[in-house]
Design a protein around this ligand. Structure first.
Ligand SMILES: [Zn+2]
Length: 427
């Protein structure tokens, strides 16, 4: 990328939980100066940036980077490049890998790949159970100092006794248990939401109960053990209600949901693998409940569940395709377009959901110099060919959105720079 020497005039800057208008000088990969009015230096490119915002680098605590083990789907290099383009500074990498990070030796394989290839910060999760098989717990004590939290994401931990023991030990270690909640006894071969679309088109459904039943089980165990507990990708109205009550009760509970659950529902389904993920797109009533939960603080954060697969794996329709869609490069634009622009969610609240809250809950330090510049006024169509992720399957394909990351400054360098948009703004 070309060396940056820029003066941006009249940018909206988010800092100390408030917005202000500033001029911004960027030199190399850093913000060199920020003041109400700056004069250009010789050889500096000056851009009018009144439709741009400068916000802290986002934090996504739920992504699948596929390395080690599944490099044909995504790598640390391509996944973090996608995160950089999406304005992220830090990612939490889920442990459904090969080898899965269930011991220090297995974790070391993932750590080496991160050290070698990550262009933004990556924090690995440790497995809850050995091999994520749900039979014996992983080496939690040995893993604890080196992992973000513990999770068996990809599947739910079915054994009540094992979850109780995991929560006791995680609590003693000061670590969060981040649960993918899915009661397998209630699955019955489903692959999309058990609702109107599944019934009308003869598909096998995944009941809402398979999610909320296991959340209810876990909340009872949190009450018993005092563990710090985080629910991954909640998708149902019952889940929102359960977590709202648990918080009112004072339990140490948090949760996330994904952009697709907030702006899509099973009425939007098409016979195409890019609409297939787990949990599935639920009903319109579920989507409304998630939005209410976002607004009243029941839902703490947005996580994309970025889950890349190959084109072939996603080409087999709703029944046959792999579960999971990519999300890092569309999350902010989709939420800005569908929630912030229509006035449903304040922009500052979206920054809290994508930066402040996940960083605080998971103890992730994002350096103050990690900042991203976004252009908000020029609409564009989501084009998977532009993705830096190896995964191209998104339910937002072709959608007209606002919010494009112009520049992502992370660790003292520009990890993403939208050359085309820069050229346009200079002209
Ligand atoms: Zn999951």
């Amino acid at each position: 990328m070309t060396a940056l020497q820029l003066l941006l005039k009249n940018v909206r800057v988010y800092g100390a939980e408030a917005w202000s208008r500033c001029d911004l000088r960027i030199a190399g990969g850093r913000v060199a100066e920020l003041a109400p009015s700056l004069l250009p230096l010789p050889a500096e490119t000056v851009l009018s940036a009144s439709t741009c915002i400068l916000v802290p680098g986002f934090v996504d605590v739920h992504v699948h980077l596929r390395e080690p083990g599944f490099l044909y789907k995504e790598t640390i290099a391509s996944g973090t490049a996608a995160g950089a383009r999406g304005g992220y500074a830090a990612l939490g990498a889920m442990p459904n890998l090969e080898p899965p990070p269930d011991s220090p030796a297995h974790l070391a394989v993932e750590e080496a790949a991160i050290a070698k290839d990550a262009c933004i910060a990556v924090y690995p999760y440790g497995c809850l159970s050995e091999g994520r098989r749900g039979e014996r717990l992983a080496e939690l004590e040995a893993l604890a100092p080196r992992v973000l939290a513990f999770s068996d994401d990809g599947s739910g931990l079915q054994s009540d006794a094992l979850m109780r023991e995991a929560m006791r030990r995680a609590r003693a270690l000061g670590k969060i248990v981040a649960a993918h909640c899915e009661d397998e006894s209630l699955l019955d071969g489903g692959y999309i939401h058990a609702g109107a679309y599944a019934r009308a088109h003869g598909h096998r459904g995944i009941s809402s109960e398979s999610e909320w039943r296991q959340i209810a089980r876990d909340l009872a165990l949190v009450r018993e053990t005092g563990a710090a507990y985080h629910v991954c990708h909640i998708s149902t109205k019952e889940s929102v209600a359960l977590i709202r009550r648990a918080k009112a009760e004072g339990l140490d509970v948090s949760c996330e949901t994904g952009p697709h659950y907030l702006v899509l529902c099973d009425e939007d389904l098409q016979e195409d693998g890019r609409f297939k993920m787990n949990p599935p797109l639920r009903s319109a009533a579920d989507r409304e409940a998630l939005l209410a939960g976002l607004l009243d603080g029941t839902i703490d954060m947005i996580a994309t569940d970025h889950a890349p697969h190959t084109a072939a794996e996603k080409s087999r329709g709703l029944a046959g395709s792999a579960m999971g869609v990519v999300g890092l490069e569309t999350a902010f634009a989709v939420l800005y377009t569908h929630l912030v622009r229509p006035g449903l969610l304040p922009l500052s609240r979206l920054v809290e959901l994508m930066h402040t809250n996940p960083a605080r809950r998971f103890g992730i330090h994002v350096p103050a110099e990690d900042l991203a510049l976004w252009e908000l006024a020029l609409p564009y169509a989501v084009d998977a060919a532009e993705f830096r992720s190896m995964g191209k399957s998104t339910p937002f394909l072709g959608e007209r959105v606002y919010g494009r990351c112009l520049l992502n400054l992370c660790g003292g360098r520009a990890v993403w720079q939208d050359e085309a948009l820069f050229a346009l703004r200079k002209g």
